[in-house]
Design a protein around this ligand. Structure first.
Ligand SMILES: [Zn+2]
Length: 320
C-alpha cells in the first residue's frame, strides 16, 4: 500500500475520555484507549492529549472529536460546558491541531452520535433522521435532507431544551420546563422523590442517597405503581416532544439512545400513545421508524470517526 491514512476519533465525556484510531475501510479500531476525564479537576486538556498519544500513529491524517457542548463547531471552540468548568471559550480544535499537526473536526456529542447512527448504525439509508439520547440529560441530533443540521451559530439542535411548559420543573440548564426536565433520568428521579415526600405509597425508600432512574426502573418492573407512573409521565412528555420534532423535521426515523431508553415498554408504551395523540397530522406517522440506537457505548467514537471522514472527503472535493 502506497500510503495508509488513519483517522483518530475522540469521545470526550463527562466521566471518560475514549480515543481510537481507525484505518480507512473499517469501523473496528486499530487501537483504543479509555481514561477518566476528572472533568472538575484542572488539566483536562493534558489528560485528553495523553489519551490521544496513547493511540497515535504517524499515519493519522485527521481527527474527529465528540465533545460536550455548547460549542461552536465552525471554529472548534467550547463555549462553556457545565461538565468541564475550566473550559470557557476554549479553542479545543485549534489547540489539538497545533499539537498533533492534523485537521481537527469537532461537534457536540449528541450531534456526533446522531451522525454516527446515520453513517454506521440504525439510521443507515435514511435521509431525514432524529436521534435522541435519554440519560441524565436529553440530547439530540438531526440529519435533514442528508446533512447534519448545525445551524447559523452551530448550536443546532438542542432537542432536550425544547420548552414543553415554561412553568414546568427546573432543567439541568437552569431554565424551566424543557423536555429534559420531564423525561431525563434526573427528572424521573426528582419526580419520584417528590411524590414519596408527598406521602405516595411505594416500595422505594429515601434513605439519604438520591434515587436513580435505574432503581426506579427496577421497582417499576417489580410492579411498583409509583415507579411505573414516573416512567409513564416521562414517556407522555417525550411523546409531546417528538410530536413537535415530527412537525419541524418530518423524519423517516427516530432513534433512541442513552441508558434511560433501555427500559423499553415502561417508557415507550406511554410514549407511543402520547405521540399518536399529539402528532399534528397522521401522515407524519406513515412508515415512520421508531427504534433503538445500534452503536452502543462506541457511538461517540464512531460519530467522531464518521464526521472526520466526511469532512476530509468533503474538503478534498471542494478543493478540486
Ligand atoms: Zn434546559
Amino acid at each position: 500500500m502506497a500510503s495508509m491514512s488513519l483517522t483518530l476519533a475522540v469521545d470526550l465525556g463527562g466521566t471518560h475520555i475514549r480515543t481510537a484510531s481507525y484505518n480507512d475501510e473499517s469501523i473496528t479500531p486499530i487501537s483504543r484507549y479509555r481514561t477518566r476525564t476528572n472533568a472538575r479537576e484542572p488539566g483536562v486538556f493534558d489528560r485528553l492529549a495523553q489519551a490521544i498519544e496513547n493511540v497515535w500513529n504517524d499515519d493519522v491524517t485527521s481527527m474527529g472529536v465528540a465533545s460536550p457542548g455548547p460549542l461552536d463547531p465552525y471554529t472548534g471552540t467550547i463555549l462553556a460546558t457545565p461538565n468541564i468548568p475550566e473550559w470557557r471559550n476554549f479553542p479545543l480544535a485549534q489547540k489539538l491541531s497545533a499539537r498533533f499537526g492534523v485537521p481537527v473536526h469537532l461537534d457536540n456529542d449528541a450531534n456526533m452520535a446522531g451522525f454516527g447512527e446515520w453513517t454506521f448504525g440504525a439510521g443507515k439509508g435514511h435521509h431525514n433522521l432524529v436521534y435522541l439520547t435519554i440519560s441524565t440529560g436529553v440530547g439530540g441530533g438531526v440529519i435533514c435532507n442528508d446533512a447534519l443540521l448545525q445551524g447559523f451559530h452551530g448550536l443546532a439542535t438542542e432537542l432536550g431544551h425544547m420548552i414543553i411548559d415554561p412553568d414546568g420543573p427546573p432543567c439541568g440548564c437552569g431554565k424551566n420546563g424543557h423536555v429534559e426536565s420531564f423525561s431525563s433520568g434526573t427528572a424521573i428521579a426528582r419526580y419520584t422523590t417528590e411524590q414519596i415526600q408527598a406521602g405516595q405509597k411505594t416500595s422505594l425508600q429515601l434513605d439519604g442517597a438520591a434515587l436513580t432512574a435505574k432503581q426506579i426502573a427496577d421497582s417499576a418492573l417489580a410492579g411498583d405503581s409509583l415507579a411505573i407512573s414516573a416512567f409513564a409521565r416521562a414517556g407522555q412528555y417525550l411523546g409531546i416532544a417528538v410530536a413537535n420534532y415530527l412537525a419541524i423535521f418530518d423524519p423517516s426515523i427516530v432513534i433512541f439512545g442513552g441508558g434511560v431508553s433501555q427500559v423499553g415498554d415502561l417508557l415507550f408504551k406511554p410514549f407511543e400513545k402520547s405521540l399518536y395523540e399529539h402528532t399534528f397530522h397522521p401522515h407524519y406517522l406513515d412508515n415512520l421508524v421508531i427504534t433503538k440506537a445500534a452503536l452502543g457505548d462506541d457511538v461517540g467514537l464512531l460519530g467522531a470517526l464518521a464526521w472526520a471522514r466526511f469532512k476530509r472527503n468533503n474538503e478534498s472535493t471542494r478543493a478540486e
